[in-house]
Design a protein around this ligand. Structure first.
Ligand SMILES: [Zn+2]
Length: 86
């Protein structure tokens, strides 16, 4: 059983066009993680802490997944469209 560290992924960076091999405890490679806005990084860490404190909690896991998705979308999402205008 490894409920202690939630496995974020399969050992690959979740960014589809990247796919770099990483520690399965991590969601994405260091380069992509650095590209995630600080505010979102913080929310992912908070969710991860919450989940570590109550590993069996479905609510905490759902929250963590939601925050991870937010981080992924901050990179793969439609941000480029908005930035083009700025
Ligand atoms: Zn990557």
């Amino acid at each position: 059983m490894d409920t202690e560290r939630p496995r974020a992924g399969s050992g690959r960076c979740v960014i589809p066009e990247c796919g770099k091999r990483i520690d399965p405890a991590y969601l994405m490679c260091a380069a992509h993680w650095r590209a995630v806005p600080n505010a979102i990084q913080r929310r992912v860490y908070l969710a991860l802490n919450r989940y570590s404190n109550c590993p069996g909690s479905q609510a905490a896991l759902d929250n963590l997944r939601a925050k991870q998705r937010e981080a992924v979308e901050s990179i793969t999402g439609a941000t480029a469209v908005h930035e083009a205008h700025a």
